[in-house]
Design a protein around this ligand. Structure first.
Ligand SMILES: [Cu+2]
Length: 434
């Protein structure tokens, strides 16, 4: 595919790398490459040995940003939908690979090949692995004095029947463990995103603002509607309205559904909507614990933290499983209650990969509600009711709640995986005082 180098009028970037030298022909081969649907079109280009390669990259994807990175170091900036850039790849010593460096796009198929035709050069630089962890990381350190635990307390539903909420997506470095930072894509700056709570029949009128550098979206499980329009991916800079009515009770996940969805969820783009069952009785304390997984990239220092590692998400090899997005935060800042108080824990497994076996060591649940059904329903003031439960089991994207009272003062570990090494599961402490 040859076009006139001067025809497009694109801004030219001079990133021609220096590398193994080959006799230059004095010719330039110019190719046009478009990006759409997680592919480069074409995904392979040929250049005669000795020619300078110039690639006009046009992002024709209406939804999200892409770039082109070549293994010799030449790369475009991140191109928003509808924008273009001309990349000077230099005179290549041999065939090489390229890819899109936006998280997850390479794994979804955005791979590119430059074939050098003729000549004696045969060098084929290996593309660097995007998954290597280069700095050692301690996920179980002690938080510094500046680290506050995410507030897990849940306030009762208000009398509001129309919930107007704006959720703004940004890119921000957040701690995922004490002193361990990741560049995440939170809704309103927090992971999980804001907890919304209401009653059956309530209307949720949500405005999504995309202040990030790639496309994002939102999917509310608490609503029932055709996903085509409301759940579509909106490009950077766009705003979008999503309205639904709460038709069923439970704790419902919301999340970004932009591809690759599991990487966007793992980047912090998840939260909950709680719709109270009509029969719900007041309790002394309510907490929300959202389980998720952390997939670290190579850098964890504040100021240069990596984004989520999409290859680890695909391989289902998390570095940590966490409650409310940060390892061990409630070990150092325990959740609290007094002996005899009735405590309700709302739990959602945001995944994206791991199930939960939600258990409180030393505790017994007298009430269990999972996915819209009472599995066990104790009566307040009847602690001697015969039935009890030890675990709330949830697959990814499922939710429920448990209730219990604690018999004695002390520290009760809350764990996500009863049978798994505690280092690898989510963990919190419930501190009981007289
Ligand atoms: Cu997203």
């Amino acid at each position: 595919m040859l076009v006139d180098p001067g025809a497009a009028g694109f801004p030219v970037t001079s990133t021609a790398p220096t590398g193994p030298q080959i006799a230059a022909s004095g010719h330039t081969t110019t190719v046009r490459v478009t990006t759409k649907d997680m592919r480069f079109h074409p995904d392979t280009v040929a250049v005669p040995a000795g020619d300078r390669l110039v690639i006009e990259v046009a992002n024709t994807d209406p939804e999200t940003s892409h770039d082109l990175v070549l293994a010799n170091g030449a790369k475009t900036r991140r191109l928003r939908p509808g924008t273009s850039q001309t990349l000077d790849a230099g005179v290549l010593a041999g065939s090489l690979d390229g890819w899109c460096s936006v998280v997850g796009h390479r794994q979804m198929g955005m791979r590119f090949t430059v074939r050098v035709i003729g000549g004696s050069a045969s060098a084929h630089p290996a593309s660097p692995s995007p998954t290597a962890t280069t700095t050692p990381v301690d996920l179980h350190g002690t938080p510094g004095p500046d680290v506050r635990a995410t507030d897990a307390r849940l306030a009762p539903a208000t009398k509001t029947t129309t919930h107007r909420v704006t959720l703004t997506v940004t890119e921000a470095e957040l701690q995922v463990a004490p002193g361990v930072w990741q560049r995440r894509w939170p809704y309103n700056g927090t992971a999980p995103g804001p907890t919304l709570r209401g009653h059956l029949g309530d209307i949720f009128d949500i405005t999504i603002v995309n202040d990030a550098s790639m496309g994002h979206s939102i999917d509310f499980h608490a609503g029932s509607l055709a996903p085509d329009e409301p759940m579509r991916t909106i490009p950077p800079g766009a705003t979008h309205r999503y309205t639904f009515t709460a038709t069923h009770a439970g704790i419902w996940m919301y999340h970004c559904s932009t591809r690759p969805m599991s990487a966007h969820i793992a980047a912090g783009m998840h939260g909950v909507v709680i719709i109270d069952p009509p029969e719900l009785t007041p309790v002394d304390r309510e907490y929300v614990l959202v389980q998720s997984e952390v997939y670290l990239g190579p850098n964890h220092a504040r100021g240069s933290a990596s984004e989520v590692d999409a290859a680890k998400v695909t391989a289902e090899t998390p570095d940590a499983v966490v409650f409310n997005a940060v390892t061990g935060q409630y070990d150092h800042h325990p959740l609290t209650a007094r002996i005899g108080e009735r405590v309700r824990f709302w739990v959602l497994d945001a995944g994206p990969n791991r199930p939960t076996s939600f258990h409180i060591v030393g505790g017994q649940f007298d009430t269990v509600y999972a996915e819209g059904a009472w599995l066990l329903r104790g009566a307040p003031g009847q602690p001697d009711a015969p039935g009890g439960a030890q675990v709330l089991a949830l697959a990814p994207a499922q939710g429920g709640f448990v209730e219990l009272t604690f018999p004695e003062a002390g520290h009760y570990p809350i764990v996500s995986h009863l049978m798994v090494d505690a280092e690898r599961g989510a963990h919190a402490i419930m501190a009981l005082t007289p």
